[in-house]
Design a protein around this ligand. Structure first.
Ligand code: ATP
Ligand code: MG
Length: 446
């Protein structure tokens, strides 16, 4: 196993001082998977004061001193060093009431959540794998260390962590762990919104979000009860081959692994069950579901304490998700003026993913519209921008100098000029705009 120098130095220094030390947890797991670990964590028999002494010449941050965790800056990179510990009881279902430091690594590994996260490695002593973590890595299984029900009761966040690791690596929860996940969904009630949102994000961004959404819908409805009516909700329409939940899950998977896109697709049809009507021919319609869905998503994302930017973009994209895409350049320029370039690009991604989760025989004409919109978007990005009045070569100041009275008339005139530029009837230069402005002022138009 390759350990980078900055982490190896921390392990070796602790050992030189007579303590035991290992790299542990996620970095061992990711190395064995051949993936680059995000960060390197070390566990040690040294007590926190002893760790401080060993690294007294280093910059050390007292990250979680009560829990035995210090961050040592080694070659300018942070390494978390945690004293071997066991966790006391968990009366709040999230935080251990107390931790106790223990002398042996075996006890420390026993407190860790999943077998693939419970391995430690020391360059001299090799891999410590007491729970079959390597076998589970090979088999692609997420398995609790110890008795799943008990482990989930200690800390309900582990339910979502299980799905996050499974989604990230394309693994499956092992059978008993899987049953316990479903049985214990109520434990998510005790978890803070911030933590739920952060795990949800990890699940949705995973490479196999689909299997988690289809396999464990009850965990998603436990954190977003508004999704409940979507599960099994029929869509009697030639365009659809799935119920609302299955459609949404496939749409999530078809989107790039970006949280804004994937949250949008998770929630885009959330108001369909509430908006459903069936016509005389037995075909379902869902009038108004984008707007109602946007309002629901706004409430959900506020409750989950999503950051504001993510919430705003997701709500906008849900509101717009069913919009007919521009099929000519002026319409594309105006859409970018309304949504901004980034959200226009995202809207195309959202529709591509939505389309991929529709009945195959009805995709072609929509796909053609999407391709055309994509080409128009590329073309518009190649020209000087003319998306909003701010892109015009003149502004309110020039119009005032022309003698126009201050007031809303200025804005209206600029918007008229913008429309003509977007329609390619007018060049976006100061001279052309001023000439046209004078003309419009002397011969007012309807
Ligand atoms: P990531 O790549 O997402 O950082 P990670 O495995 O490093 O994955 P962390 O949350 O950074 O996850 O935690 C580091 C290690 O601490 C885990 O590998 C696991 O051994 C242990 N751990 C973390 N959270 C828990 C928990 N809630 N319950 C039990 N053990 C945990
Ligand atoms: Mg980590």
């Amino acid at each position: 196993m390759q350990i980078p120098d900055h982490a190896r130095d921390v392990v070796e220094r602790l050992e030189r001082y007579g303590y035991e030390a290992y790299v542990v947890g996620g970095c061992v797991r990711d190395s064995l998977l051949g993936r680059e670990p995000k960060d390197w964590d070390v566990c040690t028999s040294a007590l926190p004061e002893e760790v401080l002494r060993v690294f007294r010449r280093f910059h050390v941050i007292k990250t979680g001193l009560q829990h035995g965790t210090l961050t040592v800056m080694s070659e300018h990179r942070p390494v978390e060093v945690t004293t071997f510990r066991t966790d006391g009881s968990y009366s709040d279902g999230r935080h251990p009431d107390s931790v106790s430091f223990v002398p042996r690594i075996e006890e420390d590994l026993a407190r860790r959540d999943f077998t693939i996260n419970a391995m430690a490695y020391n360059p001299a002593r090799g891999l410590i794998d007491l729970y079959g973590g390597q076998d589970d890595l090979r088999a692609g299984l997420i398995r609790c260390v110890g008795e799943p029900d008990a482990r989930f009761h200690e800390d309900g966040l582990r339910l979502l962590r299980a799905l996050r690791f499974a989604a990230r690596y394309g693994f499956a929860p092992e059978r008993e762990t899987g049953y316990a996940l479903r049985r214990n969904r109520h434990l998510l009630e005790h978890i803070s919104a911030e933590r739920i949102f952060s795990e949800l994000r990890g699940i949705l961004e995973g490479r196999d979000a689909l299997s988690m959404l289809l396999g464990f819908p009850e965990l998603f409805t436990a954190v977003i009860p508004e999704l409940e009516p979507c599960i099994g909700a029929p869509q009697n329409s030639p365009y659809h081959c799935y119920d609302v939940w299955t459609h949404s899950a496939h749409a999530v998977q078809a989107a790039p692994a970006d949280i804004i896109l994937r949250l949008t697709l998770l929630l885009h049809d959330i108001a369909k069950p509430a908006c459903r009507s069936t016509d005389a021919a037995g075909i379902d319609h869902f009038h108004g579901h984008p707007e109602q869905g946007a309002q629901l998503a706004e409430r959900i994302l506020r409750r989950l304490k999503s950051d504001n930017d993510t919430r705003r973009d997701v709500v906008t994209l849900i509101r717009e998700h069913d919009r007919a895409l521009p099929q000519d350049l002026p319409a594309m320029r105006r859409l970018i003026g309304k949504l901004g370039l980034l959200n226009t690009q995202r809207l195309l991604e959202v529709q591509r993913a939505d389309l991929a989760a529709h009945a195959p025989e009805h995709r072609e004409s929509w796909a053609a519209d999407l391709r055309r919109a994509q080409a128009l978007l590329a073309e518009v990005q190649d020209e000087p921008p003319a998306f909003s009045v701010g892109d015009l070569a003149i502004g309110g100041r020039e119009l005032l100098q022309m003698g126009l009275a201050p007031g809303p008339g200025i804005r209206r005139l600029l918007e008229q000029l913008l429309r003509e530029v977007q329609d390619e009837q007018l060049t976006n230069s100061p001279e052309a705009l001023c000439t046209r402005a004078r003309q419009l002022l002397t011969t007012p138009q309807a």
